[in-house]
Design a protein around this ligand. Sequence first.
Ligand code: ATP
Ligand code: MG
Length: 443
Amino acid sequence: MAKTQTPQAVRGTQDIFGDAQERFQHVVETFENLRRLYGFKGVQMPVFEPTAVFARSLGETTDVVSKEMYSFEDRGGDSLTLRPEFTAGISRAFLTNGWQQHAPMKLSAHGPLFRYERPQKGRYRQFHQLDAEIIGAGEAAADVELLCFADQLLSELGIAEGVTLQLNTLGDAESRDAWRDALVDHFQAHRADLSPDSQDRLSRNPLRILDSKEKQDRPIADSAPDIDAYLSSEAQEFFAEVTEGLDACNVAWTRNSRLVRGLDYYRHTAFEFVTDQLGAQGTVLAGGRYDGLIESLGGSATPAVGWAAGIERLGMLLEEAPEQAIEVAILPQGDSAIKAALSAAQQIRHAKFSAEILRSGKFKKRMARANQMGAAAVIIIGEDELATGTVQFKILASGEQLEMDMAAAIEKMWDIRFSADLDSFGADLDELEQQVAQLGDED
Ligand code: ATP
Ligand code: MG
């Protein structure tokens, strides 16, 4: 019989485990904690939507819609698309569920997205994003709050260094149209030197050329006129409010007057947090204001602003995978101690400490393994302890070992955690004092 071929994973998908999973999890948990501080409500959105949801809002001529979507006909003959981004689906949900009455709404989501792209480091066909949106808020303060959230996320992940916030305004419809005409003139003059893709964009979607990743397009894109000369006074004022708000919140930014986002729906504020560490995949978090999107889906004019960040890219930037230490390792001596070990583990976990039973292997090896796992304490249960209903409780940092019952062992664990918390509280206090001293210097 012919040997059955082992199935392969789909190109551009990843099995995320081990170190990469620790990073992934840490990014998501940090985001989840922060979005609560900022008052964002979590939502779960369908992974697929009617194709029109994306085609209409992102724009037919964008790369995502024209080249990257996973679209298919289902058994009922409807055209569906695996979501390539969150914003359009959340906007659709806003209309479907009549959320207008709750506006402004601060919503957050995270999960998998699908784009048919050329896979490479930091670019996959199934990838994952964090997403934050404020729908129904037209004021610049909403843009500022979202950017503060993004900025704090990067600094809490410890990756703010080397990442810059590039900020631009695309103006209102009037400014954008005037700028567009000027860009068309400029690109027409250099038409022959543009890549075939960009020659095509010139008639369909000229702003996109500014965003081109083709080498031969860069000099032409870089010498294109920027939007400033075409901004209406309203648009200028709005942008000034955003930048002044960021300054008031100590969020560093730089102006990139040629930054356009890859999708059609952006108005006014557009931004990207860019690192120099991931090559062509340097954008880790990006977004902007999308006041026209909900109208394009058939709703009434609804201002909105949001951002999305690639979880894999953020994870790759983390200094090291955050280690998930096991707090207590339990070493039963022989099979007769297994039941007592299970019971001990259960009591420890109910007291909200993590525990792992290390049942096989030489005692020395198991102690080494406990150390490796970052355990603060080891509980040893042998014949003697079984007879007396006690355990040996060994604190790894000091080597101190005592015989006690489980209630006392758990109390010991509280002591250990309390003094660790005190230490980190002390470190925080030091930092706080330094910050206060610095503030004093600035006066
Ligand atoms: P790029 O310019 O890198 O193609 P984009 O403009 O298409 O990014 P957005 O649609 O704004 O990206 O998505 C927001 C973020 O999602 C990106 O900044 C990036 O971190 C992440 N991202 C986008 N596409 C991918 C992908 N194919 N694989 C991994 N992460 C991605
Ligand atoms: Mg892209």
